[in-house]
Design a protein around this ligand. Sequence first.
Ligand SMILES: O=C(O)CCC(=O)C(=O)O
Ligand SMILES: [Fe+2]
Length: 344
Amino acid sequence: MEKTKYVDREIPKISLANFEQRINEITAQLVNAAENVGFFSITDHGISADEVESMFKVSESFFVLPNDVKATVPWNPNNVGWENMSQVRPSTGAPDGKESYQLQFGDNMKGLWMSDEHVPGFKDNCMEFMHRVQKVSEKLMICFARGLGFEDDFFNKVHDVSRPDSQSCCRLLHYYATPETNDGKIHHRAGAHADWGFLTVLFQREGQSGLEICPGREVVTEFALGDTWTKVDLKAGDIICNIGDLLMSWSDDRFKSTFHRVKAPCEPGDYYGERYSIAYFSQPVKDAIIQGPKKKYPAVTGRQFTENAIKKYFAALKAKVESDTPKSVTHTQDPVSAAVSATA
Ligand SMILES: O=C(O)CCC(=O)C(=O)O
Ligand SMILES: [Fe+2]
């Protein structure tokens, strides 16, 4: 694989301490990070490193189950359930070497929670964690609403997770270990992509590195990707956050939804072991009306935005697969129809 070109870029680190008293200062820092990098880490957010580690243990206790048990809660296009090696990124045309389990608060999860018989307390533990993370997202959303000149509760109203049709989604991720010797194959972790939700709050385990970003995208309708990457390293307890396409569009392209990937390990210093992460995607309810203050893009509903994002994803994937496949080769499984159109 081609050697990665790295550039040092500062990824802002923002403290949420004394949130109410410091809200204007925090808003200014978040807006600056959103406008210039699209990624930032937050500290003093109220979720302890121990709590996060406990959630990783819950996640592990799901992923160690046999595949036939995990298959009792299969992925479906509402962006819920378990998938294994099926998310194909348009940037790579190949499946990510991982399994993931997407969890939501509302009706979409009916019948898709792993039973207590297999993982005692699974649903209760996950829901408790998800509510904790939602509270953090809500603080960030107040600041982004302020930054764009909306009422403070503008974004929170349409990301109300008590609504049965809530679409916000917590994704447990487990990347498989990859061989350390160069076996000539590319072991994709998460191929380069931008998240298409509103805001992503991401938990990683210290020492399980691999997340890299590639800023430079100016308009949400374009997918041009630069070629210089920056490694994102975090300390236990910090949370990484990034702006998704939806917020980029809702801010008339002011806030940047930045390309990122979990690098396919291939160079000295890369992390080859198995890797866990947890991504919490805030997604608006389907009847939310999405339009920026300057009305740069036509108003769409939450449902239309998601449908358009899926259409764009499959068109990009089809183009990638066609450009990579010699005419004489046929796939045993068509990667386009096999692909999961997951959240990010
Ligand atoms: O696993 C990670 O660190 C990043 C995951 C990610 O970017 C995604 O699922 O959208
Ligand atoms: Fe992502």
